[in-house]
Design a protein around this ligand. Structure first.
Ligand code: C2E
Ligand code: CA
Ligand code: CA
Length: 604
């Protein structure tokens, strides 16, 4: 029907004549069925559109029945699995999955039983020609209007290209760009895996070899960086050719290569050494000429229970020994080295105990006025009363404390002990009211954070006036970078600063001029030379003392053992000194006793 405005309506019309009186009446009805007609057309259009998009979709799509048999399939799916329509419809879709990836099978029964309505996984598909494609699969359970499970739709997106890129990125992240060899992270990973396998296999060993080019810097400096790179690439190839297929050769950065070999015994270690050394036996072609190159190598071998870290550490220290022994050689890490390494571990552990259990002591050596013989101050010197080894001097443990990071703890303990003790003595000992105490600080302590707070805290807690605390800094560390700020901060507190062992470091007097230094301690070696009447020694001490006087610095002479030395120092105008001539370092009890006797008998 056409309406006046031109709109078309669909109608359903019926017309009936009165059967009894056909000439008189008729009954006609007309239903507007426009809505029904268009809905039908819409549905058909929608269906057609859906089918077209299903057919034309770039994503592989299938529908399956509840058991997983393929009902419908689109061409993109056929591309991914490399099959024809007839090969797919009616079969189970799982058969196209890579057999190793069947864990990613759609969990259909769980989904039917009311689990998650859709399932996403990434896995491989196997084509009929056995080639592999990677897909991201989304399976969805479709329910009918009553909520009953009807069928599954499965969408497969081909992610092979993305996957290849990911793998390449991962490979690049794990490999050195110059040589293409695995890098440090990958090597550590492989080493850990290899060690884990020794635990399972039993009896097998893993060797780690550190290889370092000798004087690589010379190649770079003399032949240029391109030649340096060429050397690394050629060496990488030669080492790679020298190792067995299952071994891992990695570049650790710089000119260092590391090799991990599995399943080795003593005999194989020797072969390994020979192969590594053989790899550098002929000259390298660098910048158009033949260049002979040597390497230093270190090997460590371990099995079940050894950590990757300790094995690498051992191989590294063996390599270091090879360098120290004159380079161009291989050192096998042996049990003697293990003993030293574990002895160090023992000392470290014991040192922590010492701190915790009060095994450390501070001993005090008097510093005396050379003119009057009166005690001006005390130098605090740390000792360790070891339960088995007896009394240990700082030389026996301070280096280790420094390496293990325990030194600041030791230092602050000494500082607190010494300041507290001095405050007590100032009150107890006759004539000790002006006594000062000198505490040694190593370079490491000087650069450790919190030193200024530690010093201020020790002074505040003990009540010692800041001027009665002298801090002795090794000459080299006093001139160190970034130290000036710390020294200024300490100076601002009012603490006095000494340069220890003066003459043995590298600083000149003028470089100290800008630092807040109060005292120079002339090293014992110069004082020892004074007695020998060697003119050189005497002139050094003379120069130092006169320059110190010009700069307004006090001078302390260390290690004075004889009256001759004392006379010489007096002659040079050195005002204070310490040494065995007066006393060695004493325990607190001994010092109090000495103090009493010294006052009675002071001979100088
Ligand atoms: P230093 O600061 O040069 O200390 C002087 C060293 O010479 C002390 O050795 C002392 O006992 C020794 N000595 C003193 N007079 C004589 C003498 O007449 N003849 C001889 N032959 N030696 C004498 P010590 O106590 O073994 O200390 C060695 C070094 O350890 C010290 O050298 C100092 O650098 C360091 N040190 C000591 N205690 C500490 C501490 O608490 N902290 C830090 N960081 N270092 C410390
Ligand atoms: Ca000292
Ligand atoms: Ca000294």
């Amino acid at each position: 029907m056409r309406r006046p405005d031109g709109e078309v309506r669909w109608v359903h019309e019926s017309f009936a004549l009165d059967a009894c009186d056909p000439g008189s009446t008729a009954l006609g009805t007309m239903h507007d069925v426009t809505a029904m007609r268009t809905a039908d057309a819409d549905r058909r259009a929608a269906e057609a559109q859906l089918r077209r998009s299903f057919e034309g979709a770039a994503i592989g799509m299938i529908t399956t029945d509840l058991e997983g048999h393929v009902l419908t399939v689109n061409p993109a799916f056929l591309d991914i699995v490399g099959r024809t329509h007839a090969e797919v419809v009616g079969t189970r879709s799982a058969q196209f999955m890579h057999p190793e990836d069947l864990v990613h099978l759609t969990p259909r029964s769980a989904m039917i039983d009311g689990g998650e309505p859709s399932y996403v996984a990434e896995h491989r598909m196997l084509r009929s020609d056995a080639s592999v494609s990677w897909v991201q699969k989304t399976s969805t359970l479709v329910r009918d209007d009553d909520g009953a499970p009807a069928f599954f739709t499965v969408q497969l997106q081909d992610i092979s290209a993305r996957r290849a890129a990911e793998i390449e990125l991962a490979r690049r992240a794990a490999h050195d760009s110059l040589t293409g060899l695995p890098n440090r992270e990958l090597l550590v990973d492989r080493l850990e895996q290899a060690l884990a396998r020794t635990i399972r296999g039993g009896g097998e060993h893993v060797s780690v070899v550190f290889v370092d080019v000798d004087q690589f810097k010379d190649v770079n400096d003399e032949l240029g960086h391109a030649a340096g790179d060429a050397l690394l690439v050629q060496l990488a190839r030669r080492l790679q050719a020298a190792v067995r297929p299952g071994d891992t050769l990695a570049r650790f950065g710089g000119d260092e290569f590391v090799l991990v070999c599995e399943g080795v015994g003593r005999a194989e270690v020797d072969q390994l050494v020979a192969r590594v050394e053989g790899a550098v036996s002929s000259p390298f072609q660098l910048a158009g000429r033949d260049v002979g190159v040597t390497v230093s190598a270190g090997i460590a071998t371990g099995g079940a229970g050894v950590s990757a870290e300790s094995l690498m550490h051992d191989a590294d220290s063996a390599m270091y020994r090879a360098k120290q022994a004159g380079r161009a050689r291989t050192v096998v890490f042996d049990d003697a080295m293990v003993a030293t390494a574990s002895a160090r571990l023992d000392v470290e552990r014991a040192l922590r105990t010492a701190l915790a259990q009060d095994q450390l002591e501070v001993h005090y050596q008097p510093v005396v006025d050379t003119g009057t013989g009166a005690v001006a101050g005390l130098e605090a010197l740390v000792r360790w009363r070891h339960p088995e080894r007896g009394l240990l001097g700082p030389g026996a443990f301070l280096d280790l404390a420094e390496e293990t990071g325990l030194l600041p703890a030791v230092g602050s303990w000494v500082l607190r002990r010494a300041t507290g003790q001095l405050v007590r003595w100032r009150g107890q000992l006759r004539g000790a009211q002006e006594l000062w105490v000198a505490v040694n600080l190593s370079g490491r302590e000087l650069s450790a954070p919190g030193l200024v707070d530690t010093v201020a805290g020790a002074l505040a807690d003990s009540g010692l006036p800041p001027g009665a605390l002298h801090l002795e800094l090794a000459e080299a560390s006093a001139g160190g970078e970034g130290v000036a700020g710390v020294l200024d901060a300490l100076h601002a507190i009012g603490v006095r600063m000494s340069v220890d062992d003066f003459g043995t470091g590298y600083s000149s007097l003028s470089s100290l001029q800008d630092l807040p230094i109060d005292t120079l301690k002339i090293d014992r070696s110069f004082v020892a030379g004074l007695a020998s009447r060697a003119p050189d020694e005497r002139s050094i001490v003379t120069t130092v003392t006169s320059l110190a006087a010009a700069l307004g610095l006090a001078v302390v002479a260390e290690g004075v053992e004889t009256l001759e030395q004392l006379d010489a120092l007096r002659g040079l105008g050195v005002g204070t000194a310490q040494g065995h001539l007066w006393s060695a370092a004493l325990t607190a009890e001994e010092l109090a006793q000495w103090w009493f006797e010294h006052r009675e008998s002071a001979p100088f």
